[in-house]
Design a protein around this ligand. Structure first.
Ligand code: CMC
Length: 428
């Protein structure tokens, strides 16, 4: 807390003073909790001005394009670290030393297999089910399999559930894909690292040994790392809100997956590819750019713009480099869809509408391109985002449960009918 106070003058009422809190970095926060006792609520649809919690995990400065995990810049983590080390950092607050890292990696590696009866759950889904629909159901169902980690007041149980989720989510993600294409599930291979193992479970078959290129495994790892956490976004806030009721971690992560599914959030990378397919040819790009600029048309250029980043998305910068590496490795520079993407990026970066509104390609624009190049079907894009983000969700959930928290309960500005008497059906 600082000595500074904010004062609110409400016509016809006494002045109300509020304490101001100072974070390590970032804007100060006015504590308006006492306002309800004065008979008022704040009105902030979309929570654009509301800090819903205190957190030590991730810091974002959208105007400067800064993203820090536990203080470390995302570009340094992307170039110097790897996904599992970043998971350790997010979960525990510090980078691991060599021995801690080895132990963590081994623990995750040896918990990638899922309970065998989970296979039966998949059979209940229609063959053409969207993999995100399967993930919402199957991840929530983990709470029916791992009863030994449902006591959220036990720190050790919370830790085990975090490890389980990080270890098993790629296996479930790959299973949801295999199920949708009618291929047998592929067991994890504990010889492989986390990201290579995911590609092995996605693309391997029982008849052939999968041969995972290190460049592609590294690209996959970077996609997971760049999606690992993003402060209080819609899905993380959903996980916190769900967790604030005392719900178990698997149920909370399933809620996060559901929130991520929407095209304004994690569904954007899938929407990017669908848009590129709809454009279909470079000659139609101008038509789509015009549609995006037309206020009367709800169409938006998917993969452009961000609620928080208003200059550039620091994750997009690293993702773009990875996209170039992957396209080169796979010799895909001439792929027609990827050519449309490159041209669209160039046009939007030069167009005054996008420049004035600060609409830059975001992380999902490039991750969509990379995933397509890796041969991952569009329906799996958001699932992959969910795999990477699981550590962020569980870190925030754990941070909340470890501290003082209350059930989340936003208020409203009611504009419906005032109280009125019920009218019998024959009199209406
Ligand atoms: N194409 C065309 N116009 C756009 C776009 C776009 N992609 N994004 C925003 N605008 C316009 C919007 O019409 C509005 O114009 P005006 O001021 O004339 O009314 C202005 O820019 C501000 O838009 P907003 O909706 O108030 O901005 P927001 O901060 O609420 O929305 C967003 C952010 C990401 C939902 C939005 O930019 C969008 O819909 N982008 C496309 C979807 C997308 O790529 N989402 C992934 C986000 S990154 C992944 C993640 O972190 O989850």
């Amino acid at each position: 807390m600082t000595d500074k106070k904010a004062s609110l003058l409400i016509e016809g009422h006494d002045n109300v003073d509020f304490p101001i809190y100072e974070g390590t970095i970032g804007p100060d926060v006015i504590d308006v909790r006492s306002l309800t006792s004065k008979g008022f609520f704040t009105y902030d649809p979309g929570f654009v001005s509301t800090a819903a919690c205190e957190s030590k995990i991730t810091y974002i400065d959208g105007n400067q394009g800064i993203l820090l995990h536990r203080g470390y810049p995302i570009d340094q983590l992307a170039s110097e670290s790897d996904y599992l080390e970043t998971c350790y950092l997010l979960l525990k607050g510090e980078l691991p030393n060599k021995a801690q890292k080895e132990e963590f990696v081994e623990t995750i590696r040896y918990h990638t297999m899922v309970h065998d009866q989970i296979n039966n759950l998949f059979k209940g889904f229609r063959r053409d089910a969207h993999p995100m629909a399967i993930m919402c159901g199957v991840v929530g169902a983990l709470s029916a399999f791992y009863h030994d980690t449902l006591d959220i007041t036990d720190e050790r149980q919370r830790e085990i559930s975090a490890m389980r989720l990080i270890a098993k989510i790629p296996t479930l993600a790959a299973m949801s894909y295999k199920y949708s294409i009618g291929q047998p599930f592929i067991y994890p291979d504990n010889e492989l690292d986390y990201s290579a193992n995911f590609l092995h479970m996605m693309f391997g078959t029982p008849c052939e040994k999968s041969n995972i290129s290190p460049v592609l495994a590294k690209a996959m790892d970077r996609i997971f790392l760049l999606h690992a956490d993003h402060e209080q976004n819609a899905s993380t806030s959903t996980v916190r809100l769900t967790g604030s009721t005392g719900a178990n971690p698997y149920a909370c992560i399933a809620a996060g997956i559901a929130a991520l599914w929407g095209p304004s959030h994690g569904g954007a990378n899938e929407a990017v590819l669908e848009m590129l397919e709809e454009i279909g040819d470079e000659s139609r790009i101008d038509e789509f750019v015009a549609k995006a600029k037309d206020k009367a048309d709800p169409f938006r250029l998917m993969g452009f713009g961000h609620r928080v980043y208003k200059n550039f998305d620091p994750r997009a910068k690293v993702m773009k480099e990875t996209a170039d590496e992957v396209l080169k490795e796979l010799g895909l520079e001439d792929d027609p869809l990827l050519k449309i993407a490159k041209r669209l990026e160039q046009i939007a970066l030069e167009d005054p509408y996008f420049i004035e509104k600060k609409l830059y390609p975001n992380v999902d624009f490039y991750s969509g391109i990379i995933l397509k190049a890796l041969g991952i079907p569009t329906s799996m894009f958001t699932v992959i985002f969910a795999v990477g983000r699981t550590v962020g969700w569980i870190s925030h959930w754990n941070e909340m449960i470890s501290g003082d928290y209350r059930i989340g309960r936003p208020r409203q500005l009611y504009t419906g009918a005032p109280q009125r008497d019920f009218v019998k059906v024959e009199d209406r």
